[in-house]
Design a protein around this ligand. Structure first.
Ligand SMILES: [Zn+2]
Length: 342
């Protein structure tokens, strides 16, 4: 079912050509934990979901599953692109998944679209999931930044991470002093949070290349709960349960190396800001296409999907509540940055 979707304000390009990212310095060290595609190799950003394709995908989901999928326009970006939430299921626990708050960090979007398709399906597992959890996703918070990044259109000098008013949307939470009239994307997301009152929020991002502490393995995912000192312990503990579930879900995956993310206290990120507001929120930072190249995309999208699905299933079947939050501390810390991984 589609609820309040309005006509698109902009005519969005339907075709995106393969493009090549800028080349980094040559002659770098061998890659630990490879093989990885280097960032100076061509990356076909057209293989990722464009804004037009996202709208078409959500239309198709709502059309094919009118009784189980609800797509709602929750606002518009600075440039007028629709911001949409997708709801699947009506279980008593609510999981909110946010992706691509930074426009150049697209892999969580690919994963959550896959999760939504699976959750909307007719299998007994999908039905059980929908009975146990209300899954809400905003599968691209910064469509304007992604448009700039996917088109490699940097002529206006705007960083594709940021919105089109040059705001970092991941500094608009909690006690921010940013003028939110410049960040309609943030207003839309925060209104949605208040409306759906999630039991848990997962916020997917990309980071560059790091080793895990005490290892040469390249980190594929780092994750952390709200660590600001004013976050209520029960709120932090629920997010730590989710971090534990994520670590366990990927423990046997030979392509995944999961660590904790550094514990910054910045109050205005989603991780800390939403946690301060009482919503347990987990930051998930994956190694992204900036350092991996397109051949790494498949494994990273699967990694994100496995982590999202594990958390959703644990909430749905109630096993989440029995998870020991202190087990999250057993994940390794993130180690040193690895530069020039080609
Ligand atoms: Zn980010």
């Amino acid at each position: 079912m589609r609820t309040t979707r309005a006509a698109a304000a902009l005519a969005l390009p339907a075709l995106v050509l393969p493009l090549t990212v800028a080349a980094p310095a040559a002659g770098a060290d061998p890659v630990p934990g490879g093989p990885w595609v280097c960032e100076n190799q061509p990356i076909n950003l057209g293989g990722l979901t464009s804004n037009a394709e996202l709208a078409a995908t959500l239309d198709k989901l709502a059309e094919h599953h009118p009784d189980t999928v609800e797509v709602t326009e929750i606002g518009r970006s600075v440039e007028g692109r629709p911001l949409e939430s997708v709801t699947v299921g009506d279980g008593p626990r609510t999981l909110l998944i946010l992706t691509q708050v930074h426009g150049d960090e697209p892999l969580g979007t690919e994963a959550v679209l896959d999760l939504l398709r699976r959750a909307a399906g007719n299998s007994p597992a999908a039905e059980a999931l929908r009975d146990g959890v209300t899954l809400v996703a905003v599968p691209r918070i910064n469509p304007d930044g992604w448009e700039r990044y996917q088109d490699r259109d940097f002529a206006d000098g705007l960083d594709p991470r940021r919105n089109s008013n040059d705001i970092d949307l991941n500094r608009t939470f909690g006690p921010t002093d940013i003028d939110l009239s410049l960040a309609p994307e943030a207003v839309a997301v925060q209104s949605l949070v208040e409306e759906v009152d999630p039991d848990l929020v997962l916020d997917f991002h990309h980071q560059v290349s790091y080793t895990a502490e005490g290892s040469d393995d390249l980190v594929t995912m780092s994750t952390m709960w709200g660590t600001h000192p004013d976050v209520a312990p029960a709120v932090a503990d629920d997010a730590r349960r989710a971090v534990t579930v994520i670590g366990d879900s990927l423990a046997g995956n030979g392509h995944a190396t999961v660590t904790l993310y550094p514990r910054s206290d910045t109050a205005t990120t989603a991780r800390n800001g939403l946690s301060l507001d009482g919503y347990p929120t987990v930051l998930v930072e994956q190694r992204g296409q900036q350092d991996v190249g397109q051949k790494g995309h498949g494994a990273l999208v699967r990694e994100a999907l496995v982590s999202m699905q594990a958390v959703a299933e644990s909430l749905a079947d109630g096993s989440f509540d029995a998870v020991d939050p202190t087990a999250a501390d057993l994940l390794p810390e993130r180690g040193d940055r690895v530069r020039g991984t080609c």
